[in-house]
Ligand binder design. Structure first.
Ligand SMILES: NC(=O)c1ccc[n+]([C@@H]2O[C@H](COP(=O)([O-])OP(=O)(O)OC[C@H]3O[C@@H](n4cnc5c(N)ncnc54)[C@H](O)[C@@H]3O)[C@@H](O)[C@H]2O)c1
Length: 413
């Protein structure tokens, strides 16, 4: 099957990127070592829709080493790295992705990848599963199962399952401890600020940073903004999360108030219209707007555009919106997840855990998928412990073990 990528000549730089991240992914190296010999996925086909950068590429290759035929697409038009895509083609995967694809091309890529008729799928955000349940329903009966990488995708899956329409078992990889505790919090926390800083080259210390959403990603974004010296303000709709933010030492207020004083705005909610017309109208001249939630709907760009007399790119990944009254607001990465569209995504050490979750979820589906009910499943708890143990060992960190007396004491009625 012919791949669709920008330019195969970019492959050497892609190989360099993949080889670099391998140095920091010991869990995946252990997986590769074991399963490239036993090849449990021999004869199986897998479609992966994920942010197509180096860590994802390494995982895709490990599935290939484990015997699978793999087709891969990007999960966001701006997060695909064309050199990495080219390297994967050289390594024999079917790749359908390029940076900056149109919405039509994005759909075509998923469609093409599905032409391998997968047994297993890995999705990020729900577009692949959506395509299977709409335009490619003829493939549904062949799917043993799949897993979903992110919070927004899990929301969409649960909505589908609640309507009784999810046609195969899906593991909510996002909801495994070894995923969200580290990826959503520390991964998003660091990589989002990396994306903002490399794009804007501004100092964060002393700025009023407004973070919308104090979930796992919001906590990470807030923690790292504080570490950089920002005055952090949180907006929330959940009273419990709001109290948590207060006791973590942050100011909490409605967006209507925060909009007037923020220098940098960061949305991390998975919800839409977090920053909209009434907020743009009161913002300070020069305010910077960024999103790290899954879709580009958290900052209402059509409303921002309707308030503007001009929109132009002033630096790579920065657009200036000049408002009627002369104020200028700066939008990063078209309001798409700034850490991936304007950066390299999470650090490799973090994705080592997330992709460990993905690999072992797929292995679980390989062994048990046919007996699992249609619907959304959690990854079995013992897999979290297994992944954590490999990671700790690779980090050179030892921990205590319960004595028999302690175990008996803790299980006393
Ligand atoms: N950038 C990345 O690499 C990356 C990584 C992981 C997850 N994500 C995405 O980030 C988003 C958040 O994920 P999460 O795991 O933190 O979810 P979460 O459910 O833990 O947190 C979301 C928070 O946003 C709050 N919220 C919802 N609507 C709001 C509103 N109108 N105003 C203020 N707060 C609001 C919720 O109350 C909740 O506390 C999702 O879209 C997820 O898919 C991105």
């Amino acid at each position: 099957m012919e791949s669709m990528i920008r330019d195969i000549k970019l492959a050497p730089s892609g190989h360099d990127k993949i080889n670099w991240v391998k140095n920091f992914m010991p869990v995946m190296a252990a997986v590769d070592k074991e399963f490239s010999v036993s090849k449990p996925f021999a004869g199986k086909k897998m479609v992966i829709t994920l942010h197509l950068e180096a860590k994802t590429a390494y995982m895709a290759e490990i599935f290939q080493h484990a015997g699978a035929e793999v087709a891969i697409t990007g999960s966001n038009p701006l997060s695909t790295q064309d050199d990495v895509a080219a390297a994967l083609v050289e390594d024999g995967l079917h790749v359908f992705a390029w940076h900056g694809c149109t919405p039509e091309e994005y759909d075509t890529f998923i469609n093409k990848a599905l032409d391998i008729h997968p047994d297993f799928v890995i999705d990020d955000g729900g577009d692949l599963v959506h395509m299977l349940h709409t335009k490619r329903r003829e493939l549904l009966s062949g799917i043993v199962g799949g897993s979903e990488e992110t919070t927004t995708g899990v929301h969409r899956l649960r909505a589908l399952a609640n309507e009784g329409k999810l046609e195969f078992p899906m593991i909510a990889a996002n909801d495994a401890y070894c995923k969200y505790l580290f990826d959503n919090r520390y991964g998003t926390g660091q990589s989002t600020w990396d994306g903002i800083m490399r794009t804007t080259n501004v100092v964060i210390a002393g700025k009023n940073v407004v973070i919308a959403g104090y979930g796992w990603c919001g906590k990470g974004g807030a923690m790292r903004a504080r570490g950089l010296g920002a005055n952090v303000i949180i907006t929330e709709v959940d009273p419990i999360k709001a109290i948590e933010a207060v006791f973590d030492g942050f100011r909490v207020m409605p967006m209507d108030e925060a909009a007037k004083i923020g220098d940098i705005f960061l949305t991390l909610t998975g919800d839409k219209d977090i920053i909209r017309k009434q907020h743009f109208e009161v913002m300070k001249n020069g305010a910077i707007l960024a999103n790290s939630g899954h879709f580009d709907v958290e900052i209402n760009i059509p409303e921002l555009e309707s308030l503007s007399v001009s929109r132009r790119t002033v630096r790579k990944n920065i657009e200036e919106f000049k408002l009627h009254d002369g104020r200028k607001l700066y939008l990063l990465a078209e309001g798409r997840l700034v850490n991936l569209a304007a950066g390299d995504g999470h650090p490799a050490e973090i994705m080592d855990l997330s992709f460990g979750v993905q690999f072992f979820s797929a292995l679980h589906l390989l062994k048990h998928g046919k007996e699992m009910e249609k619907g959304v499943h959690l990854m079995p708890e013992e897999i979290n412990t297994k992944i954590a143990k490999i990671k700790l060992k690779s980090m050179g960190v030892a921990i205590d073990t319960l004595t028999p007396e302690q175990r008996a004491y803790l299980s006393m009625a």
